[in-house]
Design a protein around this ligand. Structure first.
Ligand code: 13P
Length: 396
């Protein structure tokens, strides 16, 4: 039997030691120590942002709402703009993102928006801060904090995600700017293995990022995307996903990440995009929920799926199928392509199409809101919304 004693320490840093000119709260104000009989002390950190993190995560995971991912890097945003014949200029990115955040009533369906750094510091075309517009819409602003993927030396042509250097001070500055949650996307490729090295690296990076985010008041979205690329069947995806999530939670626990203050962004368990067998929404829901039940503690408040190249309608149908019964977590969406595709095409870069494009965004947001509640019927969807968007080796 272990005996335990609780010790409260004073704040570890004062403001003068912290980022100059910023009035920040202390990153970790209290320490809980348990002393088992074996004499080896176990130290568990409890950050000063704990209550706020739980509140933020619960707000994002609120019934009938999910996340609009609009955090495409400038390079990826450029590809989107090119698809409608627009140049990749800051003005065009600003015009498009203004259209998204000002869609009337978006906050009825969307609880959080993930932004790229440029947008977090940007104003709308009519001069209001993007962040303020989101807050007025009752949407929590979030920030993509990873620095993208690079080749993982020693692996089977796999990649790892950069961005830990300087992350603490960047996160503190993002909090000051109004962000309350963060996103870090790393990927795992099934056709390339995945190797044990790639899975371990992905899981460790996510766990370090999650701990640093929580220390700075940002709820971390933990996103190990298992890419759709490949000819494998759904059972193979399930097997890999089990392995990946086991490692992710092992390292999250090792890094003392508070599970009540995180959100997950998994891929749904589907066959590879080039597999000849297709899965129905019921099959996808059955496999995905089985995975979540086996691997995700109920302390985690929300599971916000990525769309990963599925068509808009497919992503909504799959989400709806997962919400046909009660779940221990809020099961919802954090889609980029599956919310934005028809909207972007409808806009086409023309000011006279802004209203129609916003309506297209609201149609998708509402459909996914209904799917979160398990009430989406799939009726009246356009042919455009049924088109798959899978692109091999897609990056953010
Ligand atoms: P998709 O929904 O387009 O896969 O985007 C996921 C993502 O990670 C964006 O933040």
């Amino acid at each position: 039997m272990a005996s335990a004693s609780l010790l409260k320490s004073s704040p570890v840093l004062d403001n003068s030691e912290w980022v100059k000119g910023q009035t920040l709260r202390q990153p970790s104000a209290s320490v809980v120590r348990c002393h088992p009989v074996s004499q080896s002390a176990l130290t568990i950190r409890a950050g000063s942002y704990a209550d706020e993190l739980v509140k933020t995560a619960k707000t994002i995971a609120s019934p009938g709402r999910g996340i609009l991912a609009m955090d495409e890097s400038n390079a990826t945003c450029g590809k989107r703009l090119a698809s409608i014949g627009l140049e990749n200029t800051e003005a065009n990115r600003q015009a498009y993102r203004t259209l998204l955040v000002t869609a009337p009533g978006l906050g009825n369906y969307v609880s959080g928006a993930i932004l790229f750094e440029e947008t977090l510091y940007q104003s709308t075309v009519d001069g209001r801060k993007m962040v303020d517009v989101l807050v007025e819409q009752k949407i929590v602003p979030g920030i993509k904090v990873d620095k993208g993927l690079v080749p993982l030396a020693g692996s089977n042509d796999e990649s790892w995600c950069q961005g830990l250097d300087g992350l603490a001070s960047r996160s503190a500055a993002y909090y000051q700017q109004g962000a309350r949650f963060a996103k870090w996307r790393t990927v795992v490729s099934i056709p390339n293995g995945p190797s044990a090295l790639a899975v371990k690296e992905a899981a460790w990076g996510l766990a370090r990022y999650a701990a640093i985010s929580q220390d700075n008041g940002l709820v971390p979205i933990v996103e190990p995307e298992i890419l759709l690329d490949g000819e494998h069947g759904i059972d193979r995806t399930f097997e890999v996903a089990q392995k990946v999530w086991a490692e992710v939670f092992y390292y999250l626990a090792e890094n003392n990440v508070m599970f009540e203050g995180i959100l997950l962004k998994p891929s749904m368990v589907t066959p590879g995009a080039e597999c000849k067998d297709k899965a129905s929404p019921q099959q996808v829901a059955e496999y995905t929920l089985k995975l979540l039940h086996r691997r995700i503690p109920p302390a985690v408040p929300g599971i916000m799926f990525l769309s990963g190249g599925q068509s808009e309608v497919e992503a909504t149908l799959n989400l709806n199928a997962m919400n046909q019964g009660p779940n221990p977590w809020h099961v919802s969406f954090s889609y980029a392509r599956a919310l934005q595709n028809t909207c972007l095409k409808t806009w086409g870069g023309r000011p006279e199409n802004v209203q129609a494009a916003q309506e297209a965004l609201l149609i998708r947001a509402k459909a996914n809101s209904l799917a979160q509640l398990g009430k989406y019927t799939g009726e009246g969807e356009s042919e455009e919304a049924k088109k798959g968007m899978f692109v091999k080796g897609y990056t953010y």
